[in-house]
Design a protein around this ligand. Sequence first.
Ligand code: FAD
Length: 411
Amino acid sequence: MELRNEFAVAAGVSEVQFRDAASAFLAANAKPRHRAEARWGEGPDRVGLFRESTPEEDLRELAEAKAWRATCYDAGFIWASGPVEYGGRGLPRAFDRLWAKLESEYDTPTGANLFLVGLGMVAPTTLAHGTEEAKQRYLRALWRGELIGCQLFSEPGAGSDLANVSTNAVRDGGEWVVNGQKVWTSGAHYSDLGLLLARTSRDSDSRHHGLTMFLVDMNSPGIDIRPLRQMTGGTSFYEVFLTDVRIPDWHRLGDVDGGWRVALTTLMNERAAIGGGSASSGFSTTRRLFELARHAGLNEDPVIRQKLAQLWIRSQITRYSRQRAAARARTGHTPGPENSIAKLFLVQTQSLMVDLATAINGAKLTADTGEWGTYSWAEFVLGAPSGRIGGGTDEIQKNIAAERILGLPRS
Ligand SMILES: Cc1cc2nc3c(=O)[nH]c(=O)nc-3n(C[C@H](O)[C@H](O)[C@H](O)COP(=O)(O)OP(=O)(O)OC[C@H]3O[C@@H](n4cnc5c(N)ncnc54)[C@H](O)[C@@H]3O)c2cc1C
């Protein structure tokens, strides 16, 4: 059923018309964001990189975020640049950026990173490699927030060495039967659709051949999802066990045994989503760190001051790099190896923030004195190392930069 109003389906909308309509919509439906975020001692003092919520809290937040996303989609503001035949509006990408900017000025239940994998990886990979039926069935639903996606790539024996995937898919008529285990699946428990890399052949000498990509319904019989607890206390990741899970062939993305090429599309988009800033970047916490130094009386300390200056410089470089990435996207470039550098830069900046938070807080980082804005940094410090692993480790990003940007011999 088409729920969208006349504006939402109109073709040939100008940027000015879009901006006016979006501004009016936001003013009528949301509250402007409170900007005084960095005032010392006010509001919640949490500084985390992960969602430290219970599964029940996740589901509650998800329900609100889904409802908001559907309202915005129906009003014509989400995925404006998507192809019309799959639920987009066929407008230039600049309209998507305009909407993101306007929406960021309001307090809305965007669901933080709940949609990151679905929209940053599952949707672009489906658009690039999916069957017509899969595109029709899933793209609009993903962008409208009806469906949430997760990434089923890593296994106990396949992380950096992703070609070592051993989850097995065997053809049975018009279906595939899948058996195996995935691990570190972010948000598996609230996801509807998984992007699954499986082995379909062992005949070739090349391990990159013989892999196939599928979309899998996460509610299929035979899927068992078990939480993993991280050291910050939350459970953002899950193990996913697949036992005789049946997947229809129209859920296959790309050629049989040609899944490696499809996986590369996903991984490039993943680095773009992380390095490009839609993931929690830590930079919104930069000002908080400056306030912390001031509060501790250390902002004039020569060593701390030097590090704060480095942090400020890095935040400016990040801003300009994002502008450059956006300019490249405007000219139709798909995400490339430059995103490996963006991701490396991001996690190095987070390491610098960890150094600063540790140096300034000292013992207050390990014992909760009740003092606002001090012990709360422990969550950030404990969560930051994961950034060096997720989405491809630092070493793998360096290999990519060395081989694909600098042209050095393969490792
Ligand atoms: C926050 C987070 C979220 C994640 N979410 C997901 C998800 O949703 N879905 C999913 O499928 N996976 C997910 N992962 C898993 C992630 O993709 C893997 O952890 C990552 O690819 C590394 O694999 P590994 O853990 O097996 O480590 P390994 O590959 O075993 O690496 C161990 C060490 O060896 C080094 N190393 C390995 N190979 C090389 C090489 N060729 N050259 C130099 N050094 C090398 C690595 O850099 C690392 O230091 C997530 C991980 C994290 C931390």
